[in-house]
Write a protein that binds this ligand. Structure first.
Ligand code: GRF
Length: 187
């Protein structure tokens, strides 16, 4: 059995989708969620899904080993599903090729500092891109630069807005992220 801990900061729609997809998987277990924002909607989802969701604040993540200890005791793999804090290096070192992130664009484009959430989709719109997509990748010490596991694309038209781009990207995330996680964890 491989245990996954999900780290998230926001609404948690990807986390919910992953948990539902893996619910009946006998080899993979989403054991816990860790969230660094006290008021995030993911706590509501976790309650309904009956999965523990632990709040750890940013300063504790950066300055103590609370999260490292929790992960070492529970996780075989770590999935970042909209986690907006840089993962501390001691965690990256302890989990080589065991941390999987999803980025809402086609890396190496639209990655790096400040490129998260709607900022990404706004930049894609401003540059009049004709396509965007998702990148699922391992996490290393450099933001958005770990080895790419999977990418999927979606076409854009001139009528797309940052909001409609976000929706198209979310559809790709819901379709592919859970199955790519399952394949990666079991390979
Ligand atoms: C997703 O678009 C993900 O790619 C990005 O953050 C967003 C999280 O959305 N890293 P949600 O919290 O899963 O709804």
């Amino acid at each position: 059995m491989k245990n996954i801990v999900i780290l998230a900061s926001g609404s948690g729609s990807n986390a919910e989708n992953i948990i539902k997809y893996l619910e009946n998987n006998a080899e993979i277990n989403v054991i816990e969620i860790v969230c660094n924002r006290k008021d995030a909607y993911i706590f509501e989802r976790a309650k309904k899904l009956n999965i523990p969701c632990t709040y750890i604040k940013n300063s504790e993540i950066r300055e103590s080993d609370i999260l490292l200890k929790l992960l070492k005791s529970k996780a075989d793999f770590i999935v970042l599903a909209g986690f907006l804090l840089k993962v501390p290096e001691n965690i990256i070192e302890a989990f080589p090729n065991k941390i999987i992130n999803i980025h809402p664009a086609l890396l190496p484009n639209y990655g790096g500092k400040g490129m998260y959430g709607m900022h990404v989709h706004q930049a894609v719109k401003e540059n009049k891109e004709t396509e965007t997509g998702i990148t699922i990748h391992y996490v290393n010490e450099n933001y958005d630069e770990g080895a790419i596991i999977f990418q999927a694309k979606t076409a854009l038209t001139k009528d797309d807005t940052p909001e409609s781009i976000a929706q198209k990207v979310h559809q790709l995330e819901y379709k592919y992220f859970p199955e790519v996680i399952a394949k990666t964890v079991l390979q």
